[in-house]
Structures are given as C-alpha cells and as structure tokens.
Design a protein around this ligand. Structure first.
Ligand code: EPZ
Length: 430
C-alpha cells in the first residue's frame, strides 16, 4: 500500500507554486454542463475528487476532454441521463453540485447522496430548503437524492446556517429559473465568488457574491465560455503553515493574498514574518513560535480546512493555545496521531487545549482525512527521525503532487509502495 516515508528535522526552504482551487473547480465543472455549448476551463487541479466528478459527468453523457494536466473542455449538449448514480460519486462531497446543475438545467436530477471526508455530521437540509423554495419536489430514497420541478421560480431564501455547499447549489439551481432569487445569509468564500463569476461569464445574472446577500436574476440560457479557476486558498495556507511548522522560509507563489488574510494574521500572531506581494506570500519562521487562540469560522474567518495545520504549529509553540472548531464536530481525529508523535493536546468537545512541546518524534501514522493528512505530513517533516504516513489517498483528494512540491522545498519525503522501497529510502537518507 502506498505511503509517504519522511525523514524530518530540516526546515523547508524555497518556492512553491499553488494550483487551482479544488473547492471552486468542483462546482464550476458541474455548472459547465448547464450550457449546450463548449466551456473551456483552465487551472483545474489534478486531484482525485475532481477525477471522480469528471468520470461521473462522463457517465451521464457530458463530453469531458482533458488537454494537458489542468485544462478541461466540457460540453453538456448531449447529456443522456439526469441520473448520476455511482459508487465513486458517493465518496465525494462535490457530487451534490450535480443536483443544482441538473435540476437548474433539466428541472430534474437523481444523484447519489454525497460522502466526503469523515469530519462530522454533514447535513444537506439547507440545500433541500433552497431547492424546495424554488419549486422543486425533493425526495431522498435509498441513498439517492431525487429532485423534480415542473418549473423553477425565483424565491427569497434565508439560509439558517452559512453553508458553502447550499449557497452554491441554490445559486446553480436558480440561474435558469423564472424571476429573481435572493439568497440571504449566503456563504462568502472565494470559491462561491469564483462560481458566480464563472456563471456570469456564461451569461448568468448574479450580483452580490462575496457578500451576505446574493441576487440571481434568471436568464433563458447559458452559453459557452473560457474561464480560469482561482488559486487554492487552502493549498496555499497549508504551505504557509509548513514554513512555520518546520521553522523554514517559503515563498508561496500564484496566490491571491486577500484570500489568505486570516491565515497570514495568525502566522504573524505566532511570531512568523509574512511578506505579501501581488501574487505571492513569503513566510519566514526564524523565531520560536508563540501560542495563540483560534476559532474556525466561515470566510473571512479562519477556515476550518486550516484547523489541523494551525494545531500542528501551535503544538510546537512555547505555551498554551486553544483551538475551537465551530463547523464540524469530528475534525480533531488526527490529534491521537499527533499525541503519538509527542504532541501534548487535550480535546474537550469542539475545543483542543494545546501545550506546546519542543519537538515531535517520528512515528508510523495514518491520515484520517484530507486536511488532517496534510497537517500530519508537516508534523512528520518537523519531527526528529523517521515517519511513515498511511492512507495518503485522502491527501490525494485535494493536494496535487503534494510530496513533489514538498521535495522542491527540500523535504526528505518519498512516495513508497513496498517494504523494499521503504528500505531504499531509509538507506538513501541515512
Ligand atoms: C465545503 O463543505 C468544503 N467542501 C469543505 O472542504 C469545507 O470544510 C466546508 O465547505 C467549510 O468551508 C467542498 O467545497 C466540496 P458547508 P460543505 O455546507 O459545503 C452545516 C476540504 O477539506 N450545514 O459550508 O459540506 C454543516 O454541517 C473540505 O476541502 C447544515 O447544517 O460545508 C457545517 O457545520 C472538507 N446544513 C456547516 O454548515 C446544510 O444543509 C458548514 O458546512 C449544509 C451545511
């Protein structure tokens, strides 16, 4: 079974290029089927969640062509079925964007209920509330969501919780509806704005994305477009924290610094230097890390998808820190693994109380989910000695070439697939 082999203890130094945002690419690719004309999308990350969505789209007759690693053309002119049901789609959260896209275009969708990382109970009541408000009948049967409408009519929808997925899904379902839809208490994440920009480039009429209130005036049809997906805020943040955790000096390139403000602010608070330029951010950690308190919140707050990474950094700081997770109740599962590496962390409910230690020590650890997996790799890179990280399939869901990018920063990390390869790595690094 594939795993990462890591020899820790050296700072990461150098430059790293950030790819397109997975969580923007998922809804954008799904929404592309809403036009009968060809849509050209650039900066699509090559990660497994995206591959699964694209395969699912091909299975219902969408023409999907990859040209190079990051350029995809989509044509939804010959969709043969509104039923997107397969075992792979079940594994990813983003599959539910096919409901918004198919319902919006064909007024009917039958889609496998989404899975995704096991980070806690992940309700979809706000998606359902939004679809119903537009006039759809929604049923959930045998793990499948069935949506049907004679016609969709704009409505005023107040979201009871700020939800990225529900905001995006309702936006997609309403772009071709009759009249105006208002989404109140909408999510403001950069990927929500990116999807709105993409849909507008196809002829949609969406205003207010990035604020609490999004207004969507229905249009008759969507046309083809060319679009480049924004850089991945969380991949960028992960490498920024990798600099802090390994006491390194990393230039993170091809980013939108505005999207990284809450991450930069916490890095400054814990004693790192952060220099911003137009499209890059440099993080230098030359002093001992200081403790802090952090609470995860919807954008522009500190992202839940960066919670494991900051926890790993704080576990190596000089003092006591508190991390509160307000979005997902099961997002501290990696703490047990960190404890095995010498971390001193106590989890009480949705709060982690962290007493910083001087060093981690290498261990055999397992990635419990995507972001925690990346954070544990970084912990191993900071640890004394040798570690292995299992279940790296989770990391592959959202990080393209993770170990290769880390190698580019001087990390001693290898992807190994057998005992023999593991021995070879150990012999090479001594
Ligand atoms: C998206 O998940 C991301 N996934 C997650 O990224 C990310 O952690 C999350 O947003 C928060 O930023 C994708 O974009 C594919 P939500 P999503 O709906 O849409 C509650 C990663 O690592 N809620 O914003 O599922 C929900 O339980 C992943 O890349 C309801 O109560 O998140 C949670 O507490 C992991 N009812 C909160 O809202 C609903 O109908 C936020 O969830 C929907 C959500």
């Amino acid at each position: 079974m594939e795993q990462y082999a890591i020899k820790g203890g050296s700072p990461l130094v150098g430059e790293v290029e950030i790819g397109g945002a997975k969580n923007a690419a998922l809804p954008i690719l799904a929404a592309a089927l809403m036009s009968d004309e060809t849509v050209y999308i650039d900066n699509v990350p090559e990660v497994s969640d995206i591959e699964i969505l694209l395969d699912g789209m091909k299975n219902i007759g969408v023409s999907v062509k990859k040209k190079g690693r990051h350029f995809v053309t989509i044509n939804g002119g010959n969709v043969t079925s509104i039923e997107a049901i397969d075992d792979n789609l079940k594994k990813i959260r983003g599959s539910y964007y096919l409901v918004g896209a198919l319902l919006g275009k064909y007024k009917e969708a039958v889609v496998t209920l989404p899975g995704g990382c096991d980070i806690g109970f992940r309700a979809i009541d706000q998606h359902i509330k939004g679809f119903k408000a537009l006039g759809a009948d929604i049923r959930i049967e045998s793990g499948v969501i069935k949506a049907y409408a004679k016609k969709l009519v704009g409505s005023h929808i107040y979201m009871d919780v700020v939800s990225v997925g529900a905001t995006i899904n309702v936006m997609m379902a309403s772009v071709l509806a009759e009249g105006t839809t208002i989404i109140d208490n909408a999510a403001k994440e950069p990927h929500v704005v990116d999807l709105a920009n993409f849909l507008n480039s196809m002829g949609a009429n969406i205003k207010g994305a990035g604020t609490d209130v999004i207004r969507i005036k229905g249009v008759e049809r969507l046309h083809g477009t060319e679009y480049t997906i924004i850089p991945d805020q969380i991949e960028a943040g992960t490498f920024m924290f990798a600099a802090a955790i390994t006491k390194g000096d990393v230039m993170v390139k091809n980013v939108i610094p505005k999207h990284l403000e809450s991450i930069s602010a916490k890095l400054l608070e814990i004693g790192c230097e952060v220099e911003e330029a137009d499209d890059c951010v440099r993080v230098v950690a030359s002093k001992p890390l200081k403790p802090t308190h952090v609470k995860t919140l919807p954008y522009p707050g500190f992202p839940t998808d960066m919670q494991p990474q900051i926890t790993v950094a704080l576990a190596l700081s000089q003092g006591i820190s508190i991390v509160t997770e307000t979005l997902f109740e099961n997002r501290f599962k990696y703490v047990d693994e960190l404890t095995r590496m010498g971390g001193n962390i106590k989890v009480e409910g949705n709060t982690a109380i962290i007493e910083g230690v001087e060093k981690f020590s290498g261990a055999g650890i397992t990635a419990p989910d995507l972001r925690a997996g990346a954070a544990l790799v970084m912990a191993a890179l900071a640890a004394d000695g040798f570690s292995t990280v299992d279940d790296i399939k989770y990391i592959r869901r959202g990080y393209e070439d993770f170990h290769i990018k880390l190698q580019g920063l001087g990390a001693q990390i290898a992807l190994v697939d057998s005992e023999r390869e593991l021995r070879k790595f150990k012999m090479k690094i001594g």
